[in-house]
Design a protein around this ligand. Structure first.
Ligand code: FES
Length: 137
């Protein structure tokens, strides 16, 4: 075997032996499947104001409405479907309102008033231990 062939074989061997490590490192940094429950905050945070806004949660932006005592929590992606502003929860009117162009959405995320035409993305939400967890629906 010539010297150049030997060096090529050694190089290929190094690449081949390090490939599984590189793949494992990459796969451990990917986000979990979208159907998994994801913690977005604590029950204590939710109880302070009756809402929990987690803009950078593992599940993506989430606005959870309710308290740790509630049987059902409401959770949506607060990103307005019109042009991307962040909607706010209006407890007295029981709806989400967008400050940018006035769109309104019901607790189910459906459009009540435009200009938005598409609903907010919704999540199933619950308390699990001391955490608020959500799962895309
Ligand atoms: Fe919400 Fe335009 S961005 S109504």
């Amino acid at each position: 075997m010539k010297r150049r062939d030997f060096i090529n074989w050694v190089g290929l061997g190094l690449i081949a032996s390090s490939l599984p490590v590189a793949i494992a490192a990459c796969s451990s940094q990917t986000t979990p499947p979208s159907g998994d429950w994801q913690a977005v905050g604590t029950a204590a945070e939710l109880d302070k104001t009756g809402q929990l806004l987690a803009k950078n949660s593992p599940a993506g932006p989430v606005l959870v409405i309710g308290t740790s005592k509630a049987e059902n929590l409401t959770a949506v992606d607060p990103t307005c479907t019109h042009a991307g502003c962040t909607v706010a929860w209006k407890a007295e009117a029981k709806k989400f309102a967008c400050p940018c162009h006035g769109s309104e959405f019901g607790v189910d995320g459906k459009v009540q008033k435009g200009p938005a035409t598409n609903p907010l993305k919704t999540y199933a939400a619950k308390i699990e231990g001391n955490s608020v967890v959500v799962k895309p629906t």
